[in-house]
Design a protein around this ligand. Structure first.
Ligand SMILES: Cc1ncc(COP(=O)(O)O)c(C=O)c1O
Length: 341
């Protein structure tokens, strides 16, 4: 066959999170203080098998992105808010708080060093700071670690919707909880471990993409994203409490909503209300990875319920496009969410 007659091949990119950049920043905490940070080649770290985190899950993390704009510059989105959430998580887990200024410097330094590895839009550089207890003591179940490590990793990520923006199928879980009710607000590994069992079971039984946790019939969030109901002129989402993660994407969409013609209502709502809304409204998941992903089907008590038309709805697409335009530097940034590195 003539080579020119072959259809253009789309590049196949590695899955989200499977590749790290070659540079990371590392700081340690000991004797009540943080060390200066070091910039290192990304690679294995050494710690005791008795390290506190390996036994008692003394850890928290963050996840956010820096974007390469059309002019070639690299711009990080709401870094300050993510640092604040990381400190909140550390406090909730009785871990020594990183110094916010130092953490910011670590993040900025990593982005700067790896700027050549930041993919073009719709790709991005995903930043992943992690904090964990390294104290070697397997008897310290009831005391926080006095030694910790803070690492900033970066990962080039490509288009989340490479296969097209397909509406998601979500299982409505009314019995199992995602995590302890006071820890939903904390971004800690244990929460993801707790959600794993119910999520795998629902995927196996119903072929769903995600599980929407609704303990006691109140809608909370999925394993890794917040949940929004959307319709003409209106967004409804759960009001902030300790049971779920206060997503920065959620907050950004809600702050943009009025100027896009949507009134925002934040309150507790039930599965019944959500099913009613699904008759002619839209539902979507918000988070750093996917921005805003449409839900096409809810699986409730073994029955499939279509959300609106069953496809990604026009309001979901409009809100998503508006936020992506800000992140990519194609629209004004009135809230000063982006910082050029
Ligand atoms: C449990 C959970 N909820 C919500 C979100 C969305 O948060 P954000 O918009 O800050 O990425 C995430 C992703 O980080 C998450 O893991």
């Amino acid at each position: 066959m003539n080579a020119q007659a072959q259809p253009a091949q789309k590049p196949v990119h590695p899955p989200f999170g499977s590749v790290l950049t070659d540079t990371m920043a590392v700081a340690t905490y000991k004797d009540g203080k943080w060390s200066p940070y070091e910039v290192r080649r990304t690679g294995p770290i050494e710690m005791s098998p008795a390290a506190h985190v390996l036994h008692y899950s003394s850890t928290c993390f963050e996840g956010f992105k820096a974007y390469r704009w059309a002019d070639g510059s690299v711009n990080v989105f709401r870094m300050g808010r993510h640092i604040e959430r990381m400190l909140q998580s550390a406090r909730a887990l009785a871990l020594a708080e990183p110094d916010a200024r130092q953490l910011e410097e670590m993040i900025v330094t990593v982005i700067d060093r790896v700027r050549d590895q930041v993919p073009e839009a719709p790709g991005a550089l995903y930043l992943r700071p992690i904090l964990f207890g390294t104290t070697p003591n397997i008897g310290a179940a009831a005391s926080p670690p006095g030694e910790l490590m803070l690492i900033v990793l970066a990962s080039p990520v490509w288009d989340y919707f490479a296969g097209g923006m397909k509406a998601l199928k979500i299982y409505v879980e009314t019995r199992a909880t995602r995590c302890a009710s006071h820890l939903g607000v904390v971004k800690t590994g244990g929460n993801y471990a707790a959600a794993m069992g119910p999520t795998l079971a629902a995927k196996k039984q119903y072929g769903v993409d995600q599980v929407l946790f609704c303990p006691g019939g109140e809608v909370q969030e999925t394993g890794a994203a917040n949940f929004l109901l959307i319709r003409e002129g209106k967004i409804l989402t759960r009001s902030l409490d300790t049971t779920f993660l206060h997503g920065v994407t959620r907050d950004s969409l809600l702050k943009m909503a009025p100027s896009l013609g949507y009134e925002v209502e934040e309150r507790v709502f039930t599965v019944g209300e959500m099913l009613e809304w699904a008759r002619d409204g839209e539902a979507a998941l918000s988070g750093t990875a996917a921005v805003l992903a449409g839900v096409g089907t809810l699986v409730h008590e073994g029955r499939e319920v279509k959300v609106g038309s069953g496809d990604v709805g026009p309001h979901t697409k409009k809100l998503r496009a508006a936020l992506v335009a800000v992140q990519q530097g194609e629209a004004r940034d009135p809230h000063h969410w982006l910082r050029r590195i």
